[in-house]
Design a protein around this ligand. Structure first.
Ligand code: C2E
Length: 291
């Protein structure tokens, strides 16, 4: 009986593995098709000056309109794209789209930078610097209109390649931001030696700072250290007015989060922006419900 139970477990395990492999292959095929059919979309979330309420920039976040599953978030497909080597193609689509959107918004009189995420693989393969120069020229914008974001863990994992590519990117005028800061507990002293401009504090720290005095003290100290190292400090994941006030009182200059606006498709973002500009150019809380 034990033997047959073992065999059944093995069969179940094998079936489970096969199911997973086939699901993965299907998703990979669908993602390749999505790239060809352009079933991808960027959503935009504002970066707000906490002192004045002005919009200082915008972050582009990738979405995939899956034919059966609807709107997919990066967590549903970026890891797969990284594994199967599609991430560079995906990243190139994002870059091209960001350059296009930047040109459109600049023509409409908006001067903010667009930040976009890159995967560490994009630092390793191809020449990201040359590609940014090429695409910005093609769309008639400057590299200084762009900001690239890498996660803290990506920078730490690829620190040697990262440092030289990031230095070259800054050399052509691109702003460099490290997001998810604090999530990997890397040393600020080490990060400060890398060629970066902006540190974005991970949203879980912002949430915890709201309810826990010790966490609040940590965030306050990180902000002070960041300023000492002449880095621009930003807070991610602001969901309430209290969090915005708290971060502002800690001297954090820039913030992003559902409190101001969720990430929105380009046209909806423009409408949101126009409404803000009508209401004296200041950012005000989003009227949309939180998750
Ligand atoms: P990230 O760069 O840290 O982006 C912020 C994430 O937090 C976004 O999730 C955004 O929707 C979410 N967010 C914004 N405000 C709030 C808030 O107030 N509360 C909470 N709980 N969350 C908030 P999203 O869009 O799912 O993106 C997740 C991550 O996927 C991004 O983290 C980024 O690392 C990655 N990513 C997004 N777009 C791209 C891309 O084009 N290429 C690559 N390689 N990675 C991307």
């Amino acid at each position: 009986a034990a033997k047959s139970a073992g065999r059944n477990t093995y069969r179940f395990f094998q079936q489970d593995m096969q199911d997973r492999i086939s699901q993965r292959l299907t998703l990979e095929m669908e993602l390749r098709l999505a790239l060809v059919q352009r079933d991808l979309e960027l959503h935009y979330q504002p970066k707000v000056d906490l002192a004045t309420g002005n919009i200082l920039g915008v972050e582009a976040l990738l979405r995939w309109w899956h034919p059966l599953r609807g709107l997919l978030l990066p967590a549903d497909f970026i890891p797969l794209a990284e594994e199967c080597g599609l991430i560079c193609e995906l990243g190139d689509w994002v870059l091209d789209e960001v350059c296009h959107q930047s040109a459109v918004w600049q023509a409409a009189g908006h001067t903010f930078k667009i930040a976009f995420n890159i995967s560490p693989h994009q630092l390793e393969t191809g020449d990201l610097v040359a590609r940014i120069s090429e695409l910005t020229a093609l769309h008639g914008i400057a590299p200084s209109d762009l900001e690239i974001e890498l996660t803290e863990s990506a920078v730490m994992a690829y620190s040697i390649q990262a440092a030289s590519v990031l230095a070259r990117l800054r050399g052509i005028g691109v702003t460099v931001a490290v997001s998810d800061f604090c999530a990997g507990y890397s040393s600020l002293a080490y990060l400060r030696k890398l060629p970066i401009d902006i540190l974005k504090i991970n949203h879980s720290f912002v949430t915890d700072a709201d309810s826990n005095a010790e966490d609040a003290q940590i965030v306050k100290t990180i902000l002070a250290l960041g300023r000492m190292f002449k880095l621009t400090m930003e807070a991610e994941g602001i969901e309430t007015s209290h969090q915005a006030e708290l971060l502002k009182s800690f001297g954090c200059g820039i913030a992003q989060g559902y409190f101001f606006s969720r990430p929105l498709p380009a046209q909806e973002f423009e409408n949101w922006l126009d409404a803000k500009i009508d209401a004296n150019g200041r950012a005000s809380p989003s009227k949309q419900p939180l998750d």
